[in-house]
Structures are given as C-alpha cells and as structure tokens.
Design a protein around this ligand. Structure first.
Ligand SMILES: [Ca+2]
Length: 426
C-alpha cells in the first residue's frame, strides 16, 4: 500500500487510517499488491548462530509484558499469544530488503489490472454478489471498488499472508527500527485476541502485520473492522470474506466516501494546456475544466461529480485523469498514487469499462532513490531549489522541476523521469 510519503501516525482514528504502516507505503507497490506467502524456513546453521539473539528476544518479551499489562492485556492473553513465539529472522530480512526501486505506473497497472485479475475479480463479484450488494447498500461504497481493494490486497483472498502476527510484530518491535509503531500494533493485536475475535492460531497475515482479505493492520482493525455476518466476531481472517469486505467499505465510508462519485475519469487535455494547472493542489469543477478544454476520452464534458484536480501520473506523455474526492479516500488505504489508480482502474474494469486509452511513456522510467537525489542536487545547483536532497519528490521538488522545464522550453509537467535526469546531466 501505499503510496509514498512518510506520514507517521498522529492519532489512531485520523491517521491510522493507513492499513499498512507508513513506510510500508513507501515500499514498492508490489508489496501491497500481493502479500507473498512465507518463504522456506532458514537453514539450521543460521538458526543456531542466532541463539544469542533468541535469548535477547525472549528477554525483550519479558520486558514488554508489564507494558502490555499496563495497556490492559491480561497475563492469560499474553501467555497464550506468546506461547512458543520465537524471533523471526525472515521478517527482519524483508524489512531490510525493501527495494529502492519504484515501479512505473504502467508496470504497476499491467499487474493491478491484468487480464487475470480482471477475470478473477468478475468471478469474485459473481460468487459474492449477494453479500457485496448488501455491503454496497449499507455503506454506499461501490461493490466494484471494495472488490478491487480485495483484488490488490490479497488477490481476492488468495494471498492473505501466513505469518504469525504476534511473532512478526514482536520481532519488528524488538528490532527497533520503527519499534514504537510496531509495539503499538502488537498491543492492538493482543487486544484482538483478548476480545476473542479470533484465536492465536488464526491471527495470521503479512510479515509487516497486515491481516486478512483486505490487509488491515491491528490498529485499523480495532478502529474500523465490522461484524457483518452477525456472529459477534469481526472475522477478517476467515475464508468467508464478508466481514473483511464490509470492514473495507466501512473504512472507506468513515474516511468520507462520496456515493455515486468516481475516483477519477481519464481525460484528454487541449493543445496548449497550462500544465501548471495539473496539480493536486488545484481544484475546479468539471464545468470549469471543460471551459479550459478538458474532455473525457469520448470528447464529452465530464459530469459534475464535485471538485476535481488534473493528475498526470507519468507526466504529459502518459494518461491524464480528472480525480475527485474519492481518490483521496482510497489513498487512506495506501498513499501511493499508483495504488489508488490501480484500485480505481481495476474497479472500472470490473464495471465493464475498457483499458486506459492513452499510451504510457514506456521507453522512459521512474527514478531510483539515488537518481532522485542526483536530480535534486542538479536542480538545486542550477538555481531551482528542491528544499533539500532527500530522494523524495514532494511539492517543492515538483515546483523546481516545473520551473526548470519552463526555463528549458520543456512541457512543465513536473514529472521526475530518467529523461529529465538525462537532460539535467547535460
Ligand atoms: Ca462476523
């Protein structure tokens, strides 16, 4: 999930919203696209070498117990949850191995809305039509959007993750990199066990603590999961996806989903369009955009769904979208622009729409972390300040790119691509 700024949690209800930890959002999108199953167990030699680590981890668990107790976790719950829990080196390996490479939007969408995912999504809609209709009715969120989240988070329940959540979160909390965040998640996971929503054996999910069909992290689960089946349990782990799908709809509704509004609409921009207007910060009504010559792909005015921005996820050489408030609501699931477009576009495909019409600049690519830093240094050196060299393309860097592009007679779309970096190096 997604997406990619480091937004840390400020309060449970408003920001926890991310169903994946903030920096998981900063990870390559495929992590949230398809939480993978557990790899083979580490070789015995490695396990032996790490016995000192294991002893230290067990000491950490004992030191953590009073803090859990203070947070309301009974010793009975704690001891049941931690029975035979050991340090999980695989989790740490994955935490360290997060790729610095960001997938391009077109590669992401090739997978997010692959023929297989569209086909399986249509089958999932058919198989679960009754419950999805009921969920749509109760929460006002399109069933295709809920199904698309399901499709991206776990391939419609196929890859829910098989890590023991207590073990994974305890390992990450003990490890210390973002230890506070994971300890908060661990306490929330223990509370799930304490309330009896599921059993320690069923409390499974991704290595980073995302659980069930639509990959809720424990604090999001606590705040937003619902019991749709009415059996008294909010069971997002069960093979029956009803509670998980309803929880996703409840989550989106809670974050302001506007019924009947699309996430976005692919549009065509007129010749001579002022690309400075293609910014998330600039919103206009579809009628105002139409007056500026913005049309849908059939050449019609876009209907007045609400205020909208123009988004060019791959610069002016790729597709353009008019995006609405629901775009932002989906981003509460995962901040990645690719993720949000992935969910939105997949939902459109599930409704029967065709592929995105515009081409992508497939001969170009997005920049790696070191390249983004190099780009920022070069821009700054040329007098276009990026407000620091941190490898993240935020508003200041985009403004610097646009100013540089304008100065060179390049379309000022603010897109950080390899092509741009090559121009800067000259
Ligand atoms: Ca239930």
């Amino acid at each position: 999930m997604m997406q990619f700024g480091a937004k840390l949690h400020r309060s449970i209800i408003t920001t926890v919203a991310l169903l994946v930890p903030a920096t998981v959002s900063a990870m390559p999108v495929e992590v949230s696209l398809r939480p993978s199953a557990r790899p083979p167990v580490a070789p015995v030699a490695l396990a032996v070498a790490s016995s000192a680590k294991e002893a230290d981890f067990q000491r950490w668990i004992r030191g953590f117990q009073p803090r859990a107790r203070a947070a309301g976790i009974s010793d009975r719950t704690f001891n049941r949850a931690f029975r035979s829990v050991t340090f999980d080196p695989d989790v740490i390996k994955r935490d360290r191995n997060q790729s610095e490479f960001t997938k391009s939007i077109w590669d992401y969408l090739d997978s997010a809305a692959s023929d297989k995912r569209v086909k399986n999504g249509r089958a999932a809609l058919r198989d679960h039509r009754r419950v999805l209709d009921q969920i749509e009715q109760r929460y006002g969120v399109d069933k295709e959007v809920v199904t698309a989240v399901w499709g991206l988070e776990s391939a419609y329940g196929e890859y829910r993750g098989n890590h023991n959540i207590i073990r994974a979160l305890a390992t990450l909390a003990y490890d210390g990199r973002r230890g506070r965040f994971f300890e908060q998640q661990l306490i929330a996971a223990l509370k799930i066990l304490q309330t009896g929503d599921t059993t320690p054996a069923n409390l499974r999910g991704s290595w980073a603590g995302a659980m069930g069909h639509t990959q809720f992290i424990p604090t999001s689960y606590q705040a937003f999961a619902v019991d749709f089946t009415g059996d008294g349990r909010r069971d997002i782990w069960s093979d029956n996806p009803a509670d998980a799908l309803a929880s996703t709809a409840a989550y989106l509704k809670k974050h302001g989903w506007v019924s009947g509004q699309p996430w976005g609409v692919e549009v065509q921009l007129p010749r001579g369009f002022n690309y400075a207007l293609a910014s998330r910060k600039i919103t206009k009504s579809p009628s105002d955009w139409a007056r500026l010559g913005v049309r849908d792909m059939q050449g019609r005015k876009v209907r007045d769904y609400g205020s909208a921005s123009i988004l060019l996820p791959a610069g002016h050489r790729g597709a353009a979208f008019m995006i609405f408030k629901n775009f932002k609501v989906i981003s509460r699931y995962n901040l990645s622009t690719s993720y949000v477009i992935g969910v939105g576009h997949l939902s459109d495909r599930l409704k029967g729409s065709g592929p995105i019409a515009a081409d992508w600049p497939r001969n170009d690519r997005t920049l790696k972390f070191a390249e983004r830093k190099e780009m920022q240094s070069l821009l700054t050196r040329k007098g276009f300040s990026t407000g620091g060299v941190d490898g993240r393309v935020g508003p200041m860097t985009q403004r610097a790119i646009r100013a540089y592009q304008s100065s060179r007679g390049i379309v000022p779309d603010g897109f950080a691509s390899l092509r741009l970096l090559q121009t800067l190096r000259k």
